[in-house]
Design a binder for this molecule. Sequence first.
Ligand code: TMP
Length: 213
Amino acid sequence: MGTAKAMFLTVEGVEGVGKSTHIETIKNFLDERDIPCILTREPGGTPVAERIRELLLAVHEDEALCELSELLLVFAARAQHLERVVKPALAQGKWVICDRFTDATYAYQGGGRGLDVAIIAGLESLVQGELKPDLTIILDLDPRIGMRRASERGELDRFEREQIEFFDKVRRTYLDIAAADPQRCVVIDAASDLATVSADLLKILNSSLLKLA
Ligand code: TMP
């Protein structure tokens, strides 16, 4: 089945929200309809951007990473990822399913760290120009539940070591973004059981396809 336009779809949420599982559901949905797509992630998605990811997630015992450095590294990885992976895929008519994107910068560096939103918006415009996701799925979950799941997965990365108040701000920022941009963003209650979340997801994907047809 061919669609008029390849979609840029992003998936967001606090740690432990189950993004990987739900991204698989999206991938299966597209595969079943023979819609070409790629799965990718941020920070990362190219060899160089994955090295920046390592820098961002590593716990630097000897030197704390400055908040501004963190922000610039996130956008450096994004610039690389957009040029090398996202834009070429969209140009070839492939859907791009991206595990996190710039909403995560507003949520973590803006909401969580408290960095000036105008600075983030300036970098967004520099790095992305007009490019924005067509659809953003925000998986919403109480970070207390998410962090419990994340802790069970193993050693915590630099972000996962933040206090719960940080993740409350991240979650609130995601919900604010969704409220401000309801055309692009859909919030799914990720506290529901897996079957319900998957059904919600499929409903959203079907209605996106209908809009494109
Ligand atoms: P994850 O992809 O495994 O969820 O982890 C990536 C971490 O990076 C997560 O804690 C959120 C953080 N992050 C930011 O702080 N800003 C960003 O712009 C992105 C894409 C991720």
